[in-house]
Design a protein around this ligand. Structure first.
Ligand SMILES: [Zn+2]
Length: 86
């Protein structure tokens, strides 16, 4: 049952899980703003998808705000809906 591919995927996920703090809760000077696309970009995958909360470590409240900000940023073309990795 423990094929090598399966194990690799789990290891990869655990590496991401090490950061378990919500960046926005730990740093009150950080504000979720759709105009600050540089910060929002941090929560996007290379394909332009939003990184899920269990990996990014955000709290529910901030993840919700973040998602809204990202969607708004996409709408005004600051962020891509989808990117094709080279
Ligand atoms: Zn938070």
């Amino acid at each position: 049952m423990s094929r090598p591919a399966e194990r690799r995927r789990r290891d990869y996920r655990r590496d991401y899980r090490r950061r378990r703090i919500c960046r926005y809760c730990s740093d009150s000077s950080l504000k979720i703003d759709y105009k600050n696309y540089r910060l929002l970009k941090y929560f996007l995958t290379e394909r332009g998808r939003i990184i899920p909360r269990r990996i990014s470590g955000n709290c529910a409240k901030h993840q919700r705000e973040l998602t809204r900000a990202i969607k708004r940023a996409r709408h005004v073309a600051l962020l891509p809906f989808m990117t094709v990795p080279k």
